[in-house]
Design a protein around this ligand. Structure first.
Ligand code: M6R
Length: 615
């Protein structure tokens, strides 16, 4: 939920830390802070309430000297957003930044207070500073002090630590929160994710749960939870820093919407073989697909919406029973699972705490586990790694770094990856003819061109957004594969524009929500060709008959509703099973422009964070 960064080398640390925090701000932006050490161990800490801009303003008049330092951008969990609760936190010269949650913080705080430690914040994080400081006072080296401290803690942490007594060194630890070591030349970095320091190095060590270690300018060391030195491979990242920049767009969200055709091209690359009418899925254990008798999809938020579409495709194409579960509910309701169940976790970040915990629970109960993920080597793909008898691999979506908090390109790439997975299952189970398979493959291959056409109509969408910029509420209606798209359209609007919006299965309107309809309620009906078309038109008419303000998303050649609707969005006609990908694009653009016209912070909406690493 928070972002942490660390640096040690020969350059001034402050600009490196601030640049890293800028890239990590999507993880939280309630407050920010940095702490640096100079060569003699003289410590300078600056913290500020609010976004990183407030900290930068402070640093412009009160800089942080030194070539070693740590930084933090916060999404508050324990203790309201305030300067005193902003990280870093310090105790007797030991200063820490932390991403995660200490579950036993109350007991530890009482114990530490009984030992005379005085707390200056309401955070759980300060416990680390006191525990490590106490261990240092007992004469333990910094790394061992950190290892002992984290051993007392239950919960999740990615931790970076500096100590006045060891200038030039940073200690770290991780458990269930992401942390990477960036290996530079004569300098080392720590960060919650790769883009934060990608401008400085392409070589990264992805730490494992339970790892602790130290970085100094010329070396790093990693030990496991028992304190035994371990070798973690250095991996070279191929995508460039530019891929994680705004590239001339006003917001990351806009850039990410516009680059969706490219993202889909990447998702499909090498996975469609027209010569032999075959789907080729790298990194997925076909044996697990073939032997499964039931599929359960687990996910949260937007990823759950893609799961709803994916489940319909899996059932209709591969004829395997497939249910979709909200990960946050799944693990607490004692689900029926067995060795014949394949559990598929969908996650952009690969680190969503609810999805990760649900996945681990499914694995503990003996299910095969597979993930559909964007971030390579994140925690969720690691749980699914092939080789332990239960891991069935990961189908990477290849969307590239998604920075905007509102998920866009991750969603469409998930839709396409799940379509591929459904086709692969169908192929393995012989439930589709070669001709039918080729038909879907062709539709997928044509998607990027159709998507370009939809995106080229951005001005029309902006005009509609202008018209509804002051809406108080909004309804999105869809049926079949377009019901999850209605849910996604509503989620996009509420999370970035703060307009109350609901997505509904159109057929459910008459069972309650129709009571909401009045002349102040815009209702956007997804009326695209397919089996539910006639029925959805009936629902549209029911809404109109009650004075609702009806907008519709229709296909290019459908003019039958022109005189019945107040506003229209159009997409080219595509194959019925690829329509969800096209349908969501105008909805993303609509939300984007409503939020932008309202002058809101599109990329960093209030109260949200990109990766939800707390349950
Ligand atoms: O990284 P994940 O896909 O696991 O994230 C799941 C949700 O937190 C995420 O989709 C969230 O709903 C987005 N803000 C939606 O735009």
């Amino acid at each position: 939920m928070c972002g942490i960064v660390g640096y040690t080398g020969t350059r001034p640390a402050e600009p490196v830390l601030i640049e890293g925090l800028q890239k990590l701000e999507y993880r939280g932006y309630d407050s920010a802070g940095v702490c640096t050490l100079d060569d003699r161990g003289v410590r300078t800490t600056r913290r500020a309430l609010g976004k990183l801009a407030a900290l930068k303003a402070r640093l412009s008049s009160e800089p942080c000297p030194g070539t070693t330092g740590i930084g933090h951008t916060r999404w508050a969990t324990h203790g309201r957003p305030s300067e005193k609760n902003a990280h870093p936190h310090e105790s007797d010269g030991v200063t820490v930044v932390h991403n995660g949650i200490i579950e036993n913080h109350r007991e530890l705080r009482l114990e530490l207070q009984a030992r005379g430690r005085v707390f200056t914040s309401e955070t759980d994080t300060e416990i680390f500073a006191h525990l490590i400081a106490l261990a240092r006072q007992q004469g333990l080296p910094l790394l061992e002090a950190v290892r002992r401290a984290v051993g007392r803690v239950q919960g999740a942490y990615a931790l970076a630590v500096v100590d006045e007594k060891t200038p030039g060194a940073l200690a770290f630890a991780r458990l269930a929160s992401p942390l990477v070591v960036g290996v530079g030349e004569g300098e080392m970095f720590l960060a919650s994710d790769v883009p934060a320091v990608l401008a400085h190095t392409r070589n990264f060590v992805f730490l494992e749960d339970g790892d602790c270690g130290m970085i100094e300018a010329e070396r790093y060391v990693v030990v496991d939870a028992a304190g035994v030195a371990v070798q973690r491979p250095v991996k070279t990242i191929t995508w460039s820093a530019v891929m994680a920049e705004k590239g001339g767009h006003k917001h990351f969200m806009h850039k990410e919407i516009v680059e969706q055709p490219r993202a889909i091209t990447d998702t499909l690359r090498g996975r469609l073989s027209f010569d032999d009418a075959a789907i080729l899925l790298d990194g997925v254990d076909n044996g697990a697909l073939l032997s499964t008798r039931r599929v359960v999809i687990i996910a949260c938020g937007t990823s759950w919406h893609s799961g709803l579409v994916g489940a319909s495709l899996i059932e209709s194409l591969a004829r395997v029973a497939c249910s979709v579960e909200l990960a946050s509910e799944f693990r607490y309701r004692d689900p029926v699972l067995d060795a014949d169940t394949l559990v598929i976790a969908i996650s952009q970040s690969g680190e969503t705490a609810d999805t990760l915990a649900a996945l681990k629970e499914a694995k503990r109960r003996g299910c095969r586990v597979l993930s559909v993920c964007n971030v390579v080597d994140a925690a969720i793909p690691r749980v699914c790694a092939i080789g332990d008898g239960l891991g069935a691999g990961t189908l990477y979506t290849r969307a590239g770094p998604e920075i905007g908090v509102a998920s866009t390109k991750a969603f469409v790439t998930q839709l396409v990856a799940l379509h591929l997975l459904a086709l692969q299952l169908a192929q393995l189970r012989n439930t589709m003819t070669k001709e039918a398979l080729l038909e879907d493959m062709t539709a997928l291959a044509h998607l990027p061109i159709h998507m370009e056409k939809v995106l080229a109509r951005e001005d029309d969408v902006r005009a509609l957004a202008q018209h509804h910029v002051n809406a108080r509420d909004m309804l999105f209606l869809g049926r079949g594969l377009l019901f999850p798209i209605a849910l996604e359209g509503a989620l996009k609007l509420k999370e970035i524009s703060y307009i109350h919006a609901e997505g509904y299965a159109a057929g459910e309107m008459k069972h309650g929500p129709i009571a909401l309809i009045d002349d102040a309620m815009p209702v956007l009906v997804l009326a695209l060709p397919g089996p539910g078309y006639e029925k959805v038109i009936s629902n549209l008419e029911e809404t109109r008959a009650r004075g609702g303000r009806v907008l519709a998303l229709v296909s290019d050649d459908d003019h039958s509703l022109d005189d019945q609707i107040e506003g229209v969005l159009r997409v080219p006609t595509s194959h019925q099973r690829t329509m969800p990908v096209l349908a969501v694009l105008p909805l993303q653009l609509f939300s984007y422009h409503v939020a932008d016209l309202r002058g809101l912070d599109v990329d960093q909406p209030r109260n949200l964070a990109k990766s939800v690493t707390v349950e």
